[in-house]
Design a protein around this ligand. Structure first.
Ligand code: SAM
Length: 187
């Protein structure tokens, strides 16, 4: 049985290919971007977003250590992702990852929020190629995260099945506050 983040990484390793364009909607320390960078290779691109310079600086160090030259970082909220990508990229998104919450070891007040998270998912889903996936790790263990979980799950539960299938991966014998994953597959 996979843990939550490895489950998302496995799904992407089975579906993302060399040359793909993918989005890391919450760059943080950069671990998801490094994984995506290795999957898409030199002919692909990773577009990574975070609102904290601290996250970008830490992640860029990790990219250097891992020789990742195909990651493009943006000091910008993911709700603006579809506004800043050029025409080629915006029409070629194969997948996106959201790892919600706050930067580990940093200010817990700077966290993803229900409004901008839903806006970003909605914009990206509109641009995602059919068959593409959005993987979301949700953290209901802190107050803003609980609110965000309720709002995001409500939004996802109402997505028309013609547009997308949505599945949840959660350990049922853990606290309700434990993180879980949601996968959106665009139809
Ligand atoms: N993916 C990261 C990794 O592999 O290390 C972990 C991400 S961390 C749990 C969540 C990040 O989302 C934080 O760095 C935070 O600054 C960022 N964040 C918060 N609001 C955001 C927004 N509107 N757009 C983009 N990033 C945001």
């Amino acid at each position: 049985m996979q843990a939550i983040i490895p489950f998302i990484h496995q799904l992407f390793s089975e579906t993302i290919q060399e040359g793909d364009f993918v989005i890391d909607a919450t760059l943080g320390n950069g671990h998801d971007s490094v994984m995506l960078s290795q999957l898409v290779g030199d002919s692909g691109k990773v577009f990574a977003f975070d609102i904290q310079q601290e996250a970008i600086d830490q992640a860029e160090q990790l990219f250097q250590e891992n020789n990742c030259t195909n990651i493009h970082t943006f000091l910008k909220g993911h709700e603006f992702a579809t506004d800043v990508l050029d025409e080629q990229a915006i029409n070629q998104i194969d997948g996106a990852i959201f790892n919600l919450g706050y930067l580990p070891g940093s200010d817990q007040q700077v966290t993803t929020t229900e409004k901008t998270t839903i806006q970003a998912i909605d914009h990206l889903l509109g641009r995602l190629k059919p068959g593409g996936h959005i993987g979301i790790v949700i953290y209901p263990g802190h107050p803003e995260g609980r609110q965000e979980k309720d709002a995001v799950m409500d939004y996802l539960s109402k997505l028309p099945s013609k547009l997308a299938d949505v599945a949840k991966y959660q350990m049922v014998n853990r606290s309700e506050r434990a993180p879980f994953a949601v996968i959106i597959q665009k139809n």
